[in-house]
Design a protein around this ligand. Sequence first.
Ligand code: BJW
Length: 230
Amino acid sequence: MPRHVVVLTGAGISAESGLGTFRDAGGLWANHRIEDVATPEGFIKNPQLVHYFYNQRRAELQRVAPNAAHHALVDLEAELEVGMGGGLTLITQNVDDLHERAGSRSVLHMHGELLKARCEACAAVFPWHRDLGSEDVCIACGHSSLRPRIVWFGEVPFHLDAIDAAMARADLFISIGTSGSVYPAAGLVRLARTLGVRTVELNLEPSENHDFFDESHQGPAATIVPAFIA
Ligand code: BJW
């Protein structure tokens, strides 16, 4: 029985809650150009469009709830801590807060969080209270340069040191609901293999990294995650 488990989640775990993924048919990238809404250059070019995109996604987030896959990870966390004297490190690429709402206590949001904003002038981070626009002023320094606290392409993801530390002590790595197409997250399975860690993929279909996993289960997350963890 593993004691230290690292779980990496992607958009697929929130799909059955009602949030769209990125690369599936009809996903977010089917309707939006990545360069326009998910790069620093896009934000410089048209901040109102980027704010609109994230304001819409925040509105969607208010209408959804965690599903059985999010809840199963809470159970796993409790089981590892109480029963095994180990722990779970939950790394998510998702910017939604469904893991927290399910009850996960410690979540590493490597691509940022929809419900936070950051000042470009002084880097202060604020909880989101209402929709943002280009005219919004940073409370801490008075500059009007608030941006979503999201990691866009070309920016360095958050929590990389904590992720490396967790991988170094892991004895099981589980990847859930991610296409394995965005780095450095997509490289974690290869790191796990290098470290001799057992690797498991739980996804609707084989991901781009499918061949690197020791074990793979295909199906909707709300079904296969609770089944795997039980
Ligand atoms: C279900 C399901 C169900 C559906 N049940 N499953 C060439 C080679 C290597 C790297 C690069 C390269 N060129 C450029 C790069 C770097 C770049 C990158 O990786 N580009 C690739 C496109 C190649 N990466 C970056 O720029 C990153 N930064 C970086 O590298 O910094 C340099 C650095 C790193 C480390 C140290 C020092 C320096 C930053 C990446 C930022 C990604 N940001 C986004 C958008 C922002 C967040 C937001 O707006 O929400 O993050 S992109 C988007 O993709 C989002 C996601 O988090 C991310 C991953 O997507 P995810 O979660 O995998 O979703 P999908 O849609 O792709 O897949 C869903 C999966 O679920 C599918 O497989 C379905 O089958 C499945 N599914 N329903 C179970 N019900």
